[in-house]
Design a protein around this ligand. Structure first.
Ligand SMILES: CC(C)(COP(=O)(O)OP(=O)(O)OC[C@H]1O[C@@H](n2cnc3c(N)ncnc32)[C@H](O)[C@@H]1OP(=O)(O)O)[C@@H](O)C(=O)NCCC(=O)NCCS
Length: 402
């Protein structure tokens, strides 16, 4: 019986089929399907749905307006009567995250594609850029700034944010009924039967925090480039456009991010280094003199970059300007980075020392101190190597864009 029931378990990342549809033929084309990276928020940590064989959850969206087709298909399902077990309510779980107004009829969905010609990007255009794809076509993209006052935007955003659940591990939906939210959207212009249409590529949400007495601190909340468009430079274009937009506003103190992911930090390192590399205080001859007050001031005043981020930029640019085959220079560089990395370890050590005072001797492992120092040394070296790896990646990317 157990073996039989095991056949009715499905991996929900595989079973969920997402699609951004431009042309009717995309609906049947498996090549345009993509799958979630995460489905644990809906289906639990195992990312498994029970009760179905051959489960397929179709969530297809029209490319621009994101009108939605939602269907659940399977080849067989357990039944209360014969198997005495109940199947998971897959449909109910998906309905919790997708807004009303979707269709479950493929023909209706295909007819919605005709309305895509009426879909126009929301808000005002901040930036436009072109990219050459593999077929040597020139594609044009636009970055727009929108807010909740844009007609139809609230409903569109509800459809757009459903993607967060599948691609951000700790995603949560926004209640955007607050005019402190800014939205930045990326669209691709494409041609269909001689008409120009717009496809949704990705977006970023930013909350404008108030800073006493008269400043704001925009904080990036979520950023998503839809998977078919990832790794093509759109994330960098979007982040740079957002930075440039806020730099132009005198009331902005600096730009921060909420709980940034590793990927986001990588992207930010690249974008901020690209922006800072031409500032006089970051000139190659000044980098070897250390992280200076001038760097902090210039990055903050001209680019609204805070001290912590400016420090990373300095380390990246200094690495680029350092001949690492020269032992002395490499050592000076290593010490400089480790000095910063050591900050949290020193704090740890202070806390440990305090703890020792409170504990009875028998509670202390005799060689705990020694072990900690060694572990900390190893951790520090590991952090340094990881930072170097990330920094080298940024330097390579800057060189490839030069
Ligand atoms: C993180 C994220 C926003 C990055 O967006 P993106 O559009 O893929 O970013 P980019 O294309 O600018 O850069 C990504 C990589 O593609 C590479 N790349 C960019 N253009 C390229 C091109 N034309 N050819 C080859 N590689 C390219 C970049 O060098 C970079 O590689 P690296 O990370 O090894 O340095 C996106 O992957 C995403 O939405 N992920 C899921 C959600 C998430 O993690 N959000 C962030 C936290 S909320």
């Amino acid at each position: 019986m157990e073996k039989k029931l095991a056949e009715y378990k499905c991996d929900t990342n595989e079973a969920t089929c997402l699609k951004l549809v431009r042309f009717p033929e995309d609906v049947e084309d498996d090549g345009t399907t993509f799958h979630p990276e995460y489905s644990h928020q809906l289906f639990g940590d195992d990312e498994v749905a029970f009760g179905y064989k051959g489960l397929q959850i179709q969530l297809f969206y029209t490319a621009g307006n994101l009108s939605t087709l939602f269907k659940v298909k399977y080849s067989s399902k357990v039944t209360d009567t014969f198997d005495c077990v109940e199947a998971d309510d897959v449909e109910g779980k998906i309905r919790e995250i997708i807004p009303a107004g979707f269709t479950s009829n493929t023909d209706d969905f295909i007819s919605l594609l005709e309305k895509e010609a009426n879909f126009k990007p929301f808000g005002t255009m901040l930036h436009s850029y072109t990219v050459h794809n593999e077929e040597a076509e020139q594609l044009t993209y636009q970055i727009h700034k929108a807010d909740i006052s844009c007609p139809g935007f609230q409903e569109y955003h509800e459809r757009l944010q459903t993607f967060l659940m599948w691609f951000i591990e700790t995603a949560s939906f926004l209640d955007i009924d607050d005019d402190r939210w800014d939205f930045f959207l990326v669209f691709e212009k494409y041609n269909k039967d001689g008409e120009t249409l717009y496809a949704t590529v990705g977006y970023m949400t930013v909350y404008n925090y108030y800073v006493y007495p008269d400043k704001t601190r925009p904080r990036v909340s979520q950023m998503l480039i839809l998977p078919p468009f990832q790794g093509e430079g759109h994330g960098a274009q979007l982040l740079e456009a957002v930075h440039r937009f806020y730099c132009s506003l005198p009331k902005v103190q600096d730009i921060t991010a909420e709980d940034p992911s590793e990927n986001y930090v990588k992207l930010r390192d690249y974008v901020l280094t690209k922006l800072c590399q031409n500032l006089p205080s970051f000139d190659a001859d000044k980098l070897h003199l250390g992280f200076s007050a001038d760097m902090i001031r210039e990055a903050q005043e001209k680019l609204k970059i805070n001290k912590k981020h400016a420090r990373r930029v300095y380390e990246i640019l200094r690495l680029r300007a350092t001949d690492m085959s020269d032992e002395e220079k490499a050592r000076a560089y290593r010490l400089e980075v480790k000095k910063r990395l050591f900050g949290p370890y020193r704090k740890n050590q202070r806390e440990l020392a305090k703890m020792r005072k409170c504990l009875r001797p028998e509670e202390l492992v005799s060689h705990m101190g020694q072990l900690d120092t060694q572990t900390q040394h190893e951790e520090l070296e590991k952090s340094y190597q990881l930072a170097l790896e990330d920094y080298r990646r940024v330097i390579e990317r800057l060189a490839s864009q030069a």
